[in-house]
Design a protein around this ligand. Structure first.
Ligand code: PGA
Length: 255
């Protein structure tokens, strides 16, 4: 367990022009560009990937995208492919975020196609799963998470499974300031670890990072990160300012 290095990923969503993104990442590189105790990934919008990537050169901070198409190229107006992301030196990609599922109709089957394409192109997928408030209140949280996880990982070989990162993001906690309690979060994280064990065996499941996401802030991070199956955070709001993101990275480094 102790062998899993914590990972803090910033999901900037549809925020920051390329110039604003470069300014933010310059601050981040100044503060945590040599951080080796924690893996750090920033996921700016597509339009800022190239500029941010240039600033990250030579630093320990990695570049991620927020979405991608499953085909490598073709007549898919408005889409971006895995090889295009790789060409900009992206190493990670967020897939199946609840906003993509809710506003853009992404199904588990589509997320799975994207995930397989990401792995084929040596991009590390951050697969997001999580229940809505109605699902939690109906008592179906674990069932929802299980379906999303198993469908999302369908067809993934044991060899490739070690590159996967999972993010548990209760939809009701995203951007709402309502963070899951440590018990609620750990329960689901432990459940996900159990599912990964069934799918890929214990040794591999013990190596996969499971991030928590949903109103994670410097104030609540230490307690969340102290849970045995919480291996880091996928950070929205608090990743948009250098101070709070740096504090989160430092909180993870202290674990
Ligand atoms: P939040 O977003 O930190 O603003 O709640 C997290 C996410 O959606 O990844």
């Amino acid at each position: 367990m102790a062998s899993r290095k914590k990972l803090i990923a910033g999901n900037w969503k549809m925020n920051k022009t390329s110039a604003d993104a470069v300014a933010l990442v310059q601050e981040l590189v100044g503060a945590i560009g040599r951080q080796v105790d924690v893996d750090v990934v920033v996921c700016p919008p597509f339009t800022a990937l190239e500029g941010v990537g240039k600033v990250l050169e030579g630093s320990s901070v990695k570049l991620g995208a927020q979405n991608m198409h499953f085909e490598a190229n073709g007549a898919y107006t408005g889409e971006i492919s895995a090889p295009m992301l790789r060409a900009l030196f992206a190493t990670h990609v967020i897939l199946g975020h609840s906003e993509r599922r809710a506003y853009f109709g992404e199904t588990d089957a589509l997320v799975n196609k994207k995930l397989l394409a990401a792995l084929k192109n040596q991009l590390r997928p951050i697969l997001c799963v999580g229940e809505t408030l109605a699902e939690r209140e109906a008592g179906t949280t674990l069932k929802v998470v299980q379906t999303q996880l198993e469908a999302g990982l369908d067809g993934v070989s044991k060899e490739l499974a070690s590159s996967i990162i999972v993010a548990y993001e209760p939809v009701w906690a995203i951007g709402t300031g309502k963070v899951a309690t440590t018990e609620q979060a750990q329960e689901v994280h432990g459940f996900i670890r159990g599912l990964l064990t069934k799918l890929f065996g214990e040794a591999l499941a013990m190596r996969v990072r499971i991030l928590y996401g949903g109103s994670m802030k410097p104030a609540n991070a230490p307690e969340l990160l102290a849970q045995k199956d919480i291996d880091g955070g996928l950070i929205g709001g608090a990743s948009l300012e250098a101070r709070s993101f740096v504090d989160l990275v430092n909180a993870a480094a202290a674990k």
